[in-house]
Design a protein around this ligand. Structure first.
Ligand SMILES: *Cc1c(COP(=O)(O)O)cnc(C)c1O
Length: 366
């Protein structure tokens, strides 16, 4: 467990002058949607050169005071994470693999020239926020409290170099099912834009990657699709990932393939968890390269049965239709495939404490 002894940092707790009323909270929890409602509190921890991490506060959520010259506003020195707290079958509250998010956060920090945060402090901040906002966790199928830890460069300086001060912040947002009607198969557009190039920031979870994905994503929407799929930057041939989800391909011979982590793909924790679960199911799991041409040909020949995308927000989402300049093709019958459903059910059951956690993934916190 993360304790004060682990991190050596004492948290100040500021009382909330006017938390949401029970009625207001109940109204939000009845239909939380995704990402537009927030809990009463937030955690803020400051970092400055020389002092390191200091002034950890759990307090009321509210606007930040930032100097207009703050580095994050000009050069986008920002990273983030996304994970969920779930009400378990027994009424307790758990996080899913928060150490993996803490590790990845520091991987991102190094790539963006930002200070690393001790993993125990990352987890402690999240635990404190979830305990303070315990009443904001929606219950029911697909419901959770979405947690958004992030770090921004706050130094007021317009020169181009790593900032000398940062804020680490955690906010929380009650979340319903990401897709309103369960898991309909999504339609995806093969983008001409590139998400990440070799040597770039594709493996870091930074806001800049998302800013650059908005035009390609908008193009997909304008063409009547749900999501965009990005190909590799060099050959424009190998399938990488969606704007915010990793991909899996299911073959008739019992093989499961996901694009290998080449440095341009975000190493998803859902992706990693499914690698383990699929191996337990006896599937031959390959991390390798898979091209657009193979995807199209294997779908036509019946060699490929299912494709799904995965990530914390939407968990597992079937891909039903693929469209690009070289034509369209459909996968499966428009709903989730058999293996897609099975893997999703197992992952969700572990996350919610309905299936035993044999990997030490579930961390009970309240
Ligand atoms: C966060 C993210 C994912 C999924 O990662 P999870 O840890 O499974 O939530 C995939 N791709 C991108 C670009 C991401 O930012």
């Amino acid at each position: 467990m993360a304790t004060l002894a682990d991190t050596g940092l004492a948290f100040t707790t500021l009382p909330h002058p006017a938390p949401a009323s029970d009625e207001q909270r109940a109204a939000v929890l009845a239909n939380p949607g995704f990402g537009s409602h927030f809990t009463d509190h937030m955690v803020v921890i400051e970092w400055s050169e020389g002092t390191g991490w200091h002034d950890a506060t759990l307090g009321p959520r509210g606007p930040l005071a930032l100097d207009p010259a703050a580095a994050v506003l000009h050069y986008a020195q920002e990273i983030f994470e996304g994970l969920k707290a779930y009400v378990q079958a027994d009424g307790s509250v758990s996080l899913f693999r928060p150490e993996a998010n803490a590790r990845r956060f520091n991987d991102s920090a190094r790539r963006l020239a930002m200070p690393e945060l001790p993993e125990a402090l990352f987890i402690e901040a999240i635990e404190r926020l979830v305990r303070a906002d315990r009443g904001w966790i929606p219950e029911g199928e697909g419901a959770s409290l979405y947690l958004r830890p992030f770090m921004i460069a706050t130094e007021a300086f317009l020169g181009v170099r790593p900032a000398k001060s940062y804020k680490f912040i955690v906010i929380a947002s009650p979340a319903g099912n990401y897709f309103k009607s369960g898991s309909p198969a999504v339609s995806i557009w093969v983008s001409d834009y590139v998400r990440a190039a070799p040597g770039g920031t594709g493996a870091a979870k930074c806001g800049g990657n998302y800013a650059a994905s908005l035009v390609p994503q908008g193009e997909a929407i304008a063409r009547g699709h749900d999501q965009v799929v990005f190909l590799d930057a060099v050959e424009r041939k190998w399938i990488e990932e969606l704007g915010g989800m990793n991909l899996y391909f299911v073959f008739a011979d019992g093989t499961l393939l996901t694009p290998e982590l080449t440095g341009t793909i975000l190493p998803g924790i859902t992706r990693d968890s499914l690698l383990t679960l699929a191996r337990e199911e006896g599937l031959q799991v390959i991390e390798g390269r898979y091209s657009m041409d193979e995807w199209r040909a294997d779908t036509a020949s019946g060699k490929l049965l299912e494709t799904f995308a995965c990530g914390t927000a939407a968990v597992v989402t079937p891909v039903g239709k693929v469209c690009g300049h070289d034509g369209d093709f459909e996968i499966g019958t428009g709903g989730p495939g058999q293996l897609t459903q099975k893997l999703k059910a197992r992952l969700v059951a572990i996350q919610r404490g309905q299936e035993s956690d044999t990997h030490g993934w579930v961390r009970k916190i309240a």
